[in-house]
Every structure is written in C-alpha cells, then in structure tokens.
Design a protein around this ligand. Sequence first.
Ligand code: NAP
Length: 264
Amino acid sequence: MPIAHSRSPLIHGFWLRRYGIKGHYVPIPVMPEHLAEVLRALPRMGFVGVNVTIPHKEAALTLADIVTDRAALIGAANTLIFRPDGKIHADNTDGYGFIANLRQHAPDWQPQAGPAAVIGAGGAARAVVASLLDGGVPELRITNRTKIRSEQIRSEFGARVVVYDWAQAGNMLEGAATVVNATSMGMEGKQPLRVPLDALSSGALVTDLVYTPLTTPFLAEAQQRGCHVVDGLGMLLHQAAPGFERWFGQRPEVDDDTRKAALA
Ligand code: NAP
C-alpha cells in the first residue's frame, strides 16, 4: 500500500534521536488481505505497536482486542499498541491531534465560540466531528459530495449535527466560528476545493487537514479574507505524540524542530 511518502518515520525518527531512545519506526506496506496476519506477526518480531493508515484504519479496529471509546465512535483506528499480554489495543488520535494543533497555533480559539463547518465526511472528518462535539461546539454543520456519508454522521453523532447539500456548501459558512476542510481536495496533484468563501466571516478560524502544500488554495483565500488560518501539518505531529508515548515511554514535545524534521 502507498506509504512511501509518509512523514511519520521522519517525525518518530526525530523524537527517537532527540530523546536518545534505541528504537525504530519503519514503514511497512501491507496489502489489505494480509493485515490480520501481519498484525499477529509483528508483536512476535518485537514490535510494540504501529500506526495504521488508509486503507487499514477500519479493519484495524475490528482486529483489535481492546478499543478506546473515541476509536469506536469514529469507527477507525490509527494507533495500535501491542500489549505484553498479547492483546492489541486500538486508539484513534486524529481528533486529539486536530484539537491540539488548533490550541497550539490559535491559543484564543474556543470550540464553544460558535457553529463549526466541516467540509468532507470521510474517516478524518469523523475524527474532527467527534473532537469538535466533545469540545463543546454548539452546532456542527457538515457537507460532503456524497451526501449519505454526512447523513450517516448525523445519525451517529446526534442532534447538534446539521447536514448541508454539497451545492449549498458556501451557505454553511455564514456565522461559522470554525471552518475545516476535511476532504482531500487541494492536495498537490488534486483539484482545489471549490467552495465559495463569500459568506466566511473574518473572525473565523480556518484550518485544512491537507498539509501538502502547507498553504492550500483554500487556506490562502481564507487568509486573504482576514481569517486566522492553521495548516494541517501540526495535526499530523500532534496525532503522533500519544502513540510515541505509549510505545517508547516518553511524551514527545511538538515544537518547531519537530515541524522542521517532518518537512525535511
Ligand atoms: P477519505 O476517508 O478517503 O475521505 C476523503 C474525503 O474527500 C471525502 O469526504 C470525499 O468525499 C472527499 N473528496 C475526495 N475527492 C473529492 C472530490 N473530487 N470532490 C469532492 N470531495 C472529494 O480520506 P480521509 O482519511 O478522511 O482524509 C481526508 C484528507 O485528510 C486527506 O487529504 C488526508 O491526507 C488528510 N488527513 C490529514 C491528517 C493530518 O494529520 N493532517 C490526518 C488524517 C487525514 P466523498 O465521500 O464524496 O468521496
């Protein structure tokens, strides 16, 4: 599976060197049909855990013995811990990373300040929705090209979720205090996100999960409109921290040097 461009080995490798830990973090491409077998073999080879990414995030959850509440709610895992008793513990740290990134780069931001607008309803969007609802957003507006996925989120996450048609995505930005691109649009080599930003208020905090490029066309336009923008790289750094701590026993600091290491 395509993980050659993953930045996670750079991030964990940097922390291992920084804290003088004799450990390794290696990319392992795995076909979906081999995931169960690989997850059984890795602890026997001395691995203490793994990150799992697309397309394994949902399957990893079903293969785990113990699942955190947040991973169960999101329906996907990104961090697995191989416990000494042989059990696989699954967590999802994407929502944690999302909030921690905003807290670090927009310290005045409050999820309670007003409605949040989430564009996209894939796996990452589900983690974002869970974390924003947990953080106390009064209303969570969501839109997705495939509407049934946003409707599914409303039925699972409850009454604060309001679904907008994809064609009406621009309208959902009216009065929103937090605006998130959780689609893959705007990524290098893909079309930019084409949601009209006319209704966006300059007081909104705008963030993008896409971090290649760091400043997506969506973030650039929001910045021009006077919004506080936060790029998605910090989410990647912060979602990595809980796994590193569980595997290697050291809470890593997410700072500028970590960011530079991820961009190397
Ligand atoms: P996913 O489950 O495959 O979801 C993809 C999302 O993008 C869906 O909402 C999909 O809409 C939408 N989309 C794709 N192509 C589209 C198009 N041409 N027009 C409109 N919408 C389109 O992927 P994911 O795991 O949620 O990841 C989404 C993005 O977040 C990716 O770029 C990923 O790299 C990024 N991400 C970043 C972090 C971070 O730490 N910064 C963490 C996780 C993910 P449909 O449902 O209609 O297909």
